[in-house]
Design a binder for this molecule. Structure first.
Ligand code: XMP
Length: 514
């Protein structure tokens, strides 16, 4: 397994994803973990991430003892500079910051073998993504230059005898065209790590661990119908069968037929014990008269906890609370101290259950990335359609009915939304968008139908393409598709006489309207 030491770069997670894509297990830890920790981890290789600081004046220093472990090390950007400085080379501030695409001439090395794809004047060039101010200006003893360009004469260096490699650019981002291949070469060829990390392999290991952890105890899990809780439920059920009870809360803010689908898949098909609680009345009652988005989120979160607690009180023998926490959640909360983000929306999920439940936490997906969770879901027999569904916010339609949430509005929105998704699939656009949904606007406008005047509500369609949901582009859906959706909604959903398409990017808009 590979150990990744994080020096604070925004894109460190991507290194971990690339390594996992090479089917090698890896973990990401802070740069300042102890040598004891590293020895115990027994890495097959170590990757040092980038970071925002200057290595010659920063306290972001790992323990240089790690170079004596006899395992290969790959330094990226700051990681390269720290490697150079620690091993006796020199790092200096460059005259200009180099940011964006760059071409480097690669001089042949196991890291780039077979990748030098563009020749010009007898030289082989690689297109890479650079983002740095400082650079290595003197090689440490034993190293040679393996790639360079004018702005950065030491763009990559290696001491092949010791298995030390370092690159000034970022192979983990997709802008470095063959970056994935470079990471593959380091992990598989240089470190000779075993590419055995696959989800079908992982099931046995995870099942054994869950069994060992919970023994004969009972476990409860809040099933939301989302990918993470669904996969967690399927995995735990595979491990302990009827010792697992799922609680599925219908808050009245779910998508069309979502309740039946969840019951069908889990209860009927997989044989999982699921308690289906219809709490629509309760949620609608508390939401009446409330228009502020954050207030709505709080109410929905609070009521969920209330309902879940009441249900779990009926299962007094349960000792464990299972949650679909995934690796990015773990990394984010660990890194929260250094990376402060401004709260635009409070994203409380089903995860926010209080400690008063007095249950131990069972989080079997804690080490998996989203793509891996999906693969695992398929390997466990969940339907592809469920596992590859667009994300759906915890507060559900509560933040898609603008302003006050009423049952009537939710019903209209559910039907409009189902038509939109239906047609997206029919036009083969569902998988080309990252998230798509309808929004209910409690505004009436005038229309004409047959000979009559109508005065009805508006639905907005939203579809975005994004890789991280932090920024997003509106999807350029074909007019034909938009036309079909609009026609169907207006004809089939009485109460809606106008459909509009949202052409705002994020930023400055957000993906959801509230
Ligand atoms: P925004 O609207 O902030 O959305 O651009 C980014 C992503 O987060 C989802 N989202 C939420 N998820 N609880 C959630 O669990 C929330 O309160 C919430 N608000 C937004 C949104 O659907 C999108 O995927």
């Amino acid at each position: 397994k590979i150990l990744i030491l994080d020096f604070g770069s925004q894109v460190t997670q991507l290194i971990a994803r690339r390594v996992r894509e090479a089917h090698v297990y890896c973990e990401l830890h802070s740069f300042d973990v102890s040598m004891d920790f590293i020895r115990e981890f027994k890495p097959t290789g170590i990757i040092l991430s980038g970071g925002p600081n200057s290595v010659y004046e920063s306290d972001y220093q790992a323990d240089p003892e790690l170079f004596k472990l006899g395992v290969p090390v790959l330094g990226i950007c700051y990681g390269m500079q720290w490697m150079a400085q620690s091993l006796g080379g020199k790092v200096e501030a460059g005259k200009v910051r180099e940011f964006g695409y760059a071409e480097i001439a690669a001089h042949g090395s196991p890291l780039f073998a077979g990748l030098e794809d563009r020749s010009a004047e007898g030289q082989k060039f690689l297109e890479v993504w650079m983002s740095h101010g400082d650079k290595v200006t003197e090689l440490p003893a034993g190293f040679r230059v393996i790639a360079s360009n004018e702005a950065c004469p030491i763009a990559a260096m290696a001491d092949e005898a010791r298995g030390f490699y370092a690159v000034q650019f970022h192979p983990e981002v997709t802008h470095t065209l063959q970056g994935r291949e470079m990471i593959n070469r380091f992990v598989l060829n240089v470190c000779q790590a075993e590419p055995s990390w696959t989800m079908p392999n992982y099931i046995d290991q995870a099942v054994a661990r869950i069994r060992e952890q919970v023994g004969s105890d009972e476990v409860i899990l809040g099933l939301s119908g989302g990918v993470d809780s669904s996969v967690a439920a399927a995995l735990i059920h595979r491990a302990i069968g009827d010792q697992l009870t799922c609680v599925f809360v219908d808050n009245g803010l779910l998508r069309l037929n979502e309740g039946e689908q969840v019951m069908n898949i889990f209860n009927k098909h997989l044989g999982v014990k699921v308690i289906h609680v219809n709490a629509t009345e309760q949620f609608m009652g508390h939401l009446a008269g409330v228009t502020d988005p954050e207030a709505k989120r709080k109410i929905i979160g609070r009521e969920f906890v209330e309902v879940f607690q009441a249900e779990s009180a009926k299962l007094p023998s349960a000792k464990w609370l299972a949650q679909g926490t995934i690796y990015p959640d773990v990394i984010e909360s660990a890194g929260a101290k250094t990376k402060k983000a401004h709260t635009i929306k409070s994203h409380h999920n089903v995860g926010g259950l209080p400690e008063t439940l007095k249950l131990s936490l069972l989080e079997p997906l804690r080490e998996l990335f989203k793509d891996e969770v999906r693969e695992l879901g398929v390997a466990l027999g969940l339907p592809h359609e469920m596992v590859y569904r667009h994300p759906f916010p915890g507060p559900g339609l509560g933040v898609r009915v603008l302003g006050e949430v009423k049952r009537e509005y939710c019903d209209l929105l559910r039907r409009a939304d189902a038509i939109f998704i239906d047609e997206l699939r029919a036009f083969d656009w569902y998988d080309k968008t990252s998230q798509a949904f309808a929004v209910f606007l409690p505004v009436k406008s005038v229309g004409v139908m047959g000979d009559g005047r109508t005065y009805e509500y508006v639905v907005a369609l939203r579809a975005v393409c994004t890789s991280d949901f932090m920024t997003a582009k509106w999807a350029e859906l074909p007019y034909e598709l938009l036309g079909k959706v609009s026609n169907r909604i207006i004809n089939e959903v009485r109460g809606i006489n106008r459909v509009v398409y949202d052409v705002s990017g994020k930023p400055p808009a957000t993906i959801e309207w509230e």
